[in-house]
Write a protein that binds this ligand. Sequence first.
Ligand SMILES: O=C(CO)[C@H](O)[C@H](O)COP(=O)(O)O
Length: 235
Amino acid sequence: MKTDGGSDTAKRRAGERAAEEVEDGFVVGLGTGSTTAHAIRAIGRAVADGRDIRAIPTSFQSRQLALEVSIPLTELDAVDRVDLAIDGADQVVDDPDAAARGALIKGGGAAHAREKLVDTAADRFVVVADPSKLTDRLERSVPVEVLPDAHTTVADRIDAMEGEPTLRTAERKDGPVVTDNGNLVLDCAFGRIGDPAALAATLSAIPGVVEHGLFVGVADATYIGTDDGVEVRHY
Ligand SMILES: O=C(CO)[C@H](O)[C@H](O)COP(=O)(O)O
């Protein structure tokens, strides 16, 4: 499983604190990544204690973990509502004065298409993060999932926007990363992103783009695990 710079203690605190928000009868969206994995394990313990919870995973990885800890699974088209989604992030805008406060870059695990689907469908979306994810301005490369046929045409469009697209390559397979949806990922560097909402709209409009990892105005709160406790930001 991919892990980033933050301490595992901080990730665990954030994940377990978010899992406390899951009530009896809830349908919960399960994000992807090492921080969310702590929430999934905690939800598994709540299920083992008799709590009635159903979950919608956002990736093969979160589905496998949910099965391992015996959380009953469901699908978006089988439920009337998703009460809560818990998901990690690669960067979170944490400047109280920034217009884009709470905006995220996601997709470090190439799961951002399903994550965006489930996170935006939820009544409440809680981000779980450690302090290494916080920033005053988004500046990591933005993962862009593309149809395989479109990877060169989308890359050309990104170049024309003065971005730098790089086809994500697999670590233990020759060739590119293939997403759970059978698509490819271009990691697109734009430097410091001044207007994430405008960039998000531009990327969404490119033919062949399935989904990008900019989540703007989507999160309701971020739970930041630290080595001392958990800080909560509400948006
Ligand atoms: O967006 C994601 C996967 O597509 C993850 O949520 C993000 O990469 C954070 O992962 P981690 O908690 O392991 O740092």
